[in-house]
Write a protein that binds this ligand. Structure first.
Ligand code: F6P
Length: 328
């Protein structure tokens, strides 16, 4: 097959923002410039591709962003890009701007869009995993996950103080969409008594028995981490059900919500983003297209986008057992 000589690359962020996206943009831009490639930032994700919002970026444009949360390129979930017409417009704009390849930073939805562009128009793309959910195949960690769990445990530590002082039972809901990585890590990192996960069913009955055992030991204070995608309902619904069965407990609910998406990226996320951003541009130069970049066992790894978007099923259930034992 004829090789695509890469001279101009575009980069965009799409889907939910995640801390470290800016560090990834910086790495992509600077690696491209180091290799004498013209690099264009696309504003507002796939919608920016459709609207033709391209601007050439310099080294200075990505100065002072390594430590900043959010994304300087802005992000969105474009409905128009989900249509064939929308994607055709996007492709035509890429061609009109003489772009040879595109780097897409985001999660599952972003990768699905990148794959479509690659399959429908044979357009060279590469995906960088930027999502707090950590639910992408082909990488041990996604950019933003580490920062998000650190933000979450900081919040839970604070709740612990007041929960302990008042002997209250707190249900704390964390993000993660359909995956329990954030909940599991937050639960272990904060020493929560129970974790409700999407990947393993929780029985309210068993949970209530556990609570009653604690109550017999005069322990009325308890922290429960609820993954938003768990099968028992949201934190309010679970709390209501438990409160009805255990009126002796004073229950409270806290939804950490979008707080988990903001803030300065952790050192881990900055390094991960730098490695992956550099790796993504290098891979495009090596004619690796339609791939998602990641790290496995600390080594750069490429996975076809079609595989990267399959449901990730490697949640460490042993860790859950550890959490249960340590929280007794
Ligand atoms: O995918 C990242 C994420 O923060 C999920 O954890 C959450 O379910 C979703 O995005 C929230 O999306 P929005 O910001 O559109 O409400």
């Amino acid at each position: 097959m004829e090789k695509t000589k890469i001279k101009r690359i575009a980069v965009l962020t799409s889907g939910g923002d995640s801390p470290g996206m800016n560090a990834a943009i910086r790495a992509v831009v600077r690696t491209a410039i180091f290799n004498d490639i013209h690099i264009y930032g696309v504003k507002g994700g796939y919608q920016g591709l459709i609207n033709g919002e391209f601007s050439m970026m310099s080294k200075a444009d990505v100065g002072n962003i390594l430590q900043r949360g959010g994304t300087i390129l802005k992000t969105a979930r474009s409905m128009e890009f989900m249509t064939e017409d929308g994607r055709k417009n996007a492709y035509e704009n890429l061609v009109a701007h003489d772009i040879d390849a595109c780097v897409m930073i985001g999660g599952n939805g972003t990768y699905t869009g990148a794959l479509k562009l690659h399959e429908e128009f044979n357009f060279p793309v590469i995906g960088i995993p930027g999502t707090i959910d950590n639910d992408i195949n082909g990488t041990d960690f996604t950019i933003g996950f580490d920062t998000a769990i650190n933000t979450a445990i900081e919040a839970v530590d604070k709740i612990r103080d007041t929960a302990d002082s008042h002997d209250r039972l707190f249900f704390i809901e964390v993000m993660g969409r359909h995956a329990g990585y954030i909940a599991l890590h937050t639960g272990i990192g904060s020493g929560a008594g129970t974790i409700f996960l999407p990947e393993v069913g929780n029985s309210i009955e068993t949970f209530v028995q556990k609570l009653r055992r604690s109550a017999r030991r005069k322990k009325l204070f308890n922290l429960v981490i609820v993954a938003e995608g768990n099968k028992n309902g949201n934190a309010f619904e679970i709390a209501q059900e438990v409160q009805a069965l255990c009126p002796e407990y004073e229950t409270k609910v806290m939804v950490i919500g979008h707080l988990q998406r903001g803030g300065s990226p952790s050192c881990f996320d900055r390094i991960l983003a730098s490695k992956l951003g550099h790796g993504a541009v290098s891979s495009l130069l090596n004619q690796e297209f339609g791939q998602a970049i990641g790290v496995i066992n600390n080594k750069i790894n490429l996975t076809p986008l079609s595989k990267a978007i399959e449901k990730k099923n490697d949640l460490d259930v042993d860790l859950l057992n550890v959490a249960e034992i340590l929280a007794l």
